[in-house]
Design a protein around this ligand. Sequence first.
Ligand SMILES: Cc1cc2nc3c(=O)[nH]c(=O)nc-3n(C[C@H](O)[C@H](O)[C@H](O)COP(=O)(O)OP(=O)(O)OC[C@H]3O[C@@H](n4cnc5c(N)ncnc54)[C@H](O)[C@@H]3O)c2cc1C
Length: 377
Amino acid sequence: GDILSLGPNAGRILARWGLHDRLWAVCGHHPGLNLHNHLGELVRFQKSEQPMFGAYSYNGHRAEIHGILFEHALELGVNIRMGEEVAEYWEDDARGASGVTLMGGEELEADVVVAADGVRSFARKFVLNYQDRPKPSGYAVYRAWFDAAEQGVDKDPLTRHMVTDGDVFYGWIGQDVHMLTSSNLGGKTISWVITHKDDTGLLDTSSLPGKMEDVLKIVQGWDPRCAAILSKAPECVDWKLTVHDPLPTWISKSGRIILIGDAAHPFLPTSAQGASQAIEDGVTLAVLLQLAGKQNVPVALQAWEKIRYQRVRDSQVMGESTRDKWHQAKPEDKGEKLDMPRPAWLFAFDAEAHAYEVYDDIREEIEREGYSLPTLA
Ligand SMILES: Cc1cc2nc3c(=O)[nH]c(=O)nc-3n(C[C@H](O)[C@H](O)[C@H](O)COP(=O)(O)OP(=O)(O)OC[C@H]3O[C@@H](n4cnc5c(N)ncnc54)[C@H](O)[C@@H]3O)c2cc1C
């Protein structure tokens, strides 16, 4: 992967863990999005708000952000075993236990198993007996991240500003296409992503190398700055965007195995909320398990599903609506209506505080009325 954007809803949690300085040092700090129509006319400058709703966003390279989280987990004494593959999940209601069996045959038992095995989750089928049937969304993205100096970004008058002006963020929108590019670390690295129509019918199980001639075809007749920066990438990835129906539940039959993150609710990369929602999932779950205690794991998981189900869906839908707005914009459209949304319900949210606030009421409701599968508004 390449760029990872964490919204202030995740940023406030990471800052609370004391990670702000480390994240800030590896993240981009552009002043805002310069949005253009496909002919290169500036149609909107949307100022970057840092902090927003009292918290920072962090946009950086995925591996570096992962590295910081990984180090933090080790500092807390979390035992992380890399290179192990889960072959089976199991739960034993009578003993109040659950666990996994690794590929090598080793069994690990726990009070609760959290299956965070991503968009291609095998826990979905194994734990929930749910057959995911992803559908092509009709869109795909080409993405790249590269070193600016190595690729001569400073030598080309059409791209030089991306390294001489510090971190910058540019976008272009046209019929069924949008392209975003930013420079990071004071103009040292460049990332770009271009979302476009795709009728190959392929699914996101395939992340293919992209062909530069195909990428450049999309921006034929566009502002020449687009082809100039796209063509600097030494290579790019072609990622098909796939739609997944919401799962009916994220909890196993006995309530001791739970799916979180993309395993439970895959996000389109364009929503820029997949990782933030996965972090909210984890934080909420941690609070509920702490409040419920070891004896009440199933109730904690049920409360978690009730808290998360609608919120996750709302943030998934928001990502799709921004794409549609940009793809349907006319060249003469200008101004605030083209802004990326920054709704308070999404960004001002404090998942940790919310979980502490609502747990007792939800637990009482479950005890009173029994648990029923979540529904969407
Ligand atoms: C191209 C692309 C760009 C994106 N850009 C953004 C962005 O800018 N901002 C954003 O917020 N989100 C973005 N996303 C979405 C974001 O990456 C995901 O929402 C997020 O990574 C989900 O986290 P996760 O922990 O649930 O799953 P993942 O990050 O997918 O992690 C799942 C992990 O489980 C492991 N695993 C799988 N099966 C097993 C098994 N059987 N045993 C052991 N381990 C297993 C995998 O190896 C992997 O390490 C993007 C996604 C893509 C594909």
